[in-house]
Ligand binder design. Structure first.
Ligand SMILES: Cc1cc2nc3c(=O)[nH]c(=O)nc-3n(C[C@H](O)[C@H](O)[C@H](O)COP(=O)(O)OP(=O)(O)OC[C@H]3O[C@@H](n4cnc5c(N)ncnc54)[C@H](O)[C@@H]3O)c2cc1C
Length: 185
């Protein structure tokens, strides 16, 4: 087991000299890497959908708090300095959600969905992080209090700019496979 900064049961697994009987083979011989890639696209779409949920969580909690919390005789949510980051995060999350839905539709209909799955994951991860940032600022000191769950979710959602694939590698994929630029790695 590897202890991590967020709620995630992470374990390193090592295989040494393991032989697998042919009867246990999944699918066609020689196609394994294709199957793995297809599964990775599904994982990216799933994670992207999770990030949209994270963004909604942050926005719901932050807008509720902004309506309730009174400073100098009025709710903090009446200030544009509080409203605008939340509104921007909402717009980014909505845009990312449409890309996630497109990736999902393509994958489920059997189309090639590599680019869309990667873009969905990158945009949704960024949207959830931006919503987390806005929520942290909106809740002020209480964002750091464990009982509000904002700091927990903030730690959890940061993972998705690194795993299951880092943003740089998504950009490298788009550059090479969508834009036709030379492979960079
Ligand atoms: C909590 C957690 C759970 C995980 N669960 C799983 C799991 O279930 N299964 C699994 O297989 N893996 C899992 N992983 C691993 C995860 O997929 C990798 O950590 C992730 O893909 C990044 O790879 P890396 O750690 O090897 O980073 P590296 O590849 O070493 O990258 C480190 C940094 O360098 C950048 N970088 C690397 N190469 C380039 C390049 N060519 N150009 C530009 N920048 C580059 C990356 O973007 C990143 O910012 C998990 C990781 C974590 C943290």
């Amino acid at each position: 087991p590897i202890e991590t900064m967020m709620n995630h049961g992470t374990t390193a697994v090592f295989f040494d000299n393991v032989r697998i009987p042919a009867a246990n083979r999944i699918g066609e011989e020689g196609q394994g890497f294709r199957y793995i890639l297809s599964g990775m696209n599904a994982e990216r779409i799933l994670i992207a959908a999770e990030c949209i949920g994270d963004a909604r969580f942050f926005l719901d909690r932050a807008t509720s708090y902004a309506k309730e919390r009174q400073v100098f005789g009025r709710p903090i949510g009446q200030n544009q300095g509080i409203q605008f980051p939340l509104a921007q995060a909402h717009a980014r999350a909505h845009a990312a959600k449409l890309v996630v839905a497109d990736a999902c539709r393509r994958y489920e209909s059997g189309e090639v969905a590599g680019a869309e799955a990667n873009m969905a994951k990158m945009l949704a991860a960024e949207a959830s992080w931006q919503a987390g940032e806005a929520a942290m600022q909106t809740l002020g000191g209480f964002a750091f209090a464990a009982e509000y769950d904002i700091e927990r979710k903030f730690r959890e959602t940061r993972l998705y700019q690194v795993a299951p694939v880092s943003t740089n590698l998504i950009l490298a994929y788009i550059a090479e496979h969508v834009l036709g630029l030379p492979k960079s790695y």
